[in-house]
Design a protein around this ligand. Structure first.
Ligand SMILES: Nc1ncnc2c1ncn2[C@@H]1O[C@H](COP(=O)(O)OP(=O)(O)O)[C@@H](O)[C@H]1O
Ligand SMILES: [Mg+2]
Length: 343
C-alpha cells in the first residue's frame, strides 16, 4: 500500500540548491514505489508539477553556494509562511526530509514536526542538533572512544595553536556543511583571516589538526553499516566544488581497504552514530591517516540523495537500488523494521 508522503526540499540554508537537486530525485523514486508524494519547499510552499519538472531537468547546483545575504533575505521573506508550510498530523503519513543544512538539518524543523505530530525520516531534534555541532559531536565521539582529530575553539592565539595542534590546521565553522567557510592554514599569518572567514558562517569556529591521508565515508542505514566509500577529490580537500561538480571527485565503493580496515571503520561509524543517538540513515565522514588510524570528522544526518550522491552509491554497492533505499528510509521512520530490511 502506498503512503501519503510530504517531501520537504529547498529551505533557506547554504545547501538549498543541493537539497532541491536531491529532493526531486527522492520524489521520483518514492513515486516509483507507489507512494503519493507532495513536494514542499518550506521557504516557498508546495511545488507545482511544472516547477518539479523544471527542477528534474535543470542543472540546479552552482559551483558555489548562494550568498549569505540572499539566504538571509529569503529566510526573512519566508518566515511568515514557514511554519504554515510544514505538514501536520493528518496531512501526511510521514514527512521525508530532503533538506540539507541550516534549520532543516539542525533539529529546528524536526522540533516543529514533533509539535505537529507527524513522523519524519532521519534523526530526532536533539540528535540532529548534536550532529550539526561539530564541537559537541567530537566531545561525544571521544567519550565513545571514536578517534577524532585534536581541536581548539576560536579565538585561540598562534602560539596556542602551534603548541596544541601544530600547523597545518583546518579552520571551519562548527555548525555548517558542504565545506562552506572552511580553509587550510599552513602559515601562522593565514590563521586570523581563516578564522574571520569562518565566522561569516557561524558564531562558533573550530581549529582542527590537519589529518593528511585518505578521505572515507560510511553510510549507516538503520543498524547496519553500508560498504565504505573512498573519495578522491581533485582538490586537496573535499570542497563545495568537488562535492557538487561532476568529474571533480572520484568516488569508489567499496573503498580499497583490507577486510580488517573495513570492519574497523564500519565499527567506528556505528559507534559514532550511536554516540550522537542518530536514527534512520546517516553518513559518517572520516580521514584515514598514513598510520592507518581513522579520524572521525563528523556525522551528516541528512546526507545528499541524488542518484550519484555518496549514500545512494554505498547502497548500490550493497545491492540496494535508489528507490528501495528511499523506501527503506521511510519504513525506518515509521518503525517498520521488517520492511526496512532490518532483522
Ligand atoms: N581535520 C581535517 N583534516 C583534513 N581534512 C579535513 C579536516 N577537516 C575537514 N577536512 C576536509 O574538509 C572536508 C569538509 O569537512 P567536514 O568536517 O566533513 O565538514 P562539512 O562536510 O560539514 O563541511 C572534509 O571532507 C575533508 O576533505
Ligand atoms: Mg563532511
Amino acid at each position: 500500500m502506498g503512503l501519503k508522503i510530504a517531501l520537504l526540499l529547498g529551505g533557506t540554508s547554504s545547501e538549498r540548491d543541493v537539497s532541491l537537486a536531491s529532493g526531486i530525485r527522492v520524489a521520483e523514486a518514492l513515486r516509483t514505489c507507489g507512494h503519493e508524494v507532495r513536494a514542499i519547499d518550506p521557504a516557498r510552499g508546495p511545488l507545482s508539477d511544472d516547477e518539479q519538472r523544471a527542477l528534474a531537468t535543470g542543472r540546479v547546483v552552482q559551483t558555489a553556494p548562494p550568498s549569505q545575504e540572499a539566504l538571509r533575505r529569503m529566510a526573512r521573506e519566508a518566515l511568515p509562511s514557514f511554519a504554515s508550510n510544514l505538514p501536520r498530523q493528518g496531512d501526511a503519513d510521514v514527512v521525508f526530509l530532503g533538506l540539507h543544512g541550516g534549520s532543516g538539518e539542525d533539529g529546528t524543523i524536526q522540533a516543529l514536526l514533533d509539535l505537529g505530530g507527524v513522523p519524519y525520516t532521519g534523526s530526532g531534534h536533539l540528535a540532529s542538533a548534536l550532529a550539526m555541532d561539530k564541537d559537541l559531536s567530537k566531545h561525544l565521539f571521544r567519550q565513545a572512544n571514536v578517534s577524532t582529530a585534536k581541536w581548539l575553539m576560536a579565538p585561540a592565539g598562534v602560539d596556542e595553536v602551534n603548541t596544541a595542534l601544530g600547523l597545518p590546521v583546518i579552520v571551519k565553522p562548527s555548525k555548517q556543511g558542504s565545506t562552506v567557510g572552511l580553509s587550510i592554514v599552513r602559515n601562522a599569518s593565514e590563521l586570523q583571516p581563516a578564522v574571520d572567514e569562518a565566522f561569516n558562517f557561524d558564531d562558533e569556529v573550530m581549529i582542527e589538526e590537519f589529518i593528511a591521508g585518505r578521505e572515507l565515508t560510511v553510510g549507516i542505514l538503520g543498524n547496519m553499516a553500508l560498504p565504505v566509500g573512498e573519495i578522491i577529490p581533485k582538490h586537496e580537500i573535499y570542497d563545495y566544488e568537488c562535492k557538487y561538480t561532476a568529474g571533480m571527485a572520484d568516488e569508489r565503493f567499496p573503498a580499497e581497504l583490507t577486510k580488517q580496515e573495513t570492519a574497523r571503520v564500519q565499527d567506528e561509524a556505528l559507534r559514532a552514530f550511536r554516540a550522537l543517538k542518530l536514527r534512520g540513515c546517516a553518513r559518517i565522514d572520516f580521514r584515514m591517516a598514513k598510520d592507518g588510524t581513522f579520524y572521525c570528522l563528523e556525522a551528516n544526518t541528512l546526507p545528499g540523495m541524488t542518484q550519484t550522491s555518496l549514500i545512494p552509491q554505498a547502497a548500490a554497492a550493497a545491492g540496494i537500488s535508489f528507490p528501495e533505499l528511499c523506501d527503506r528510509i521511510v519504513r525506518l521512520a515509521l518503525g517498520d523494521h521488517a520492511r526496512a530490511g532490518i532483522v
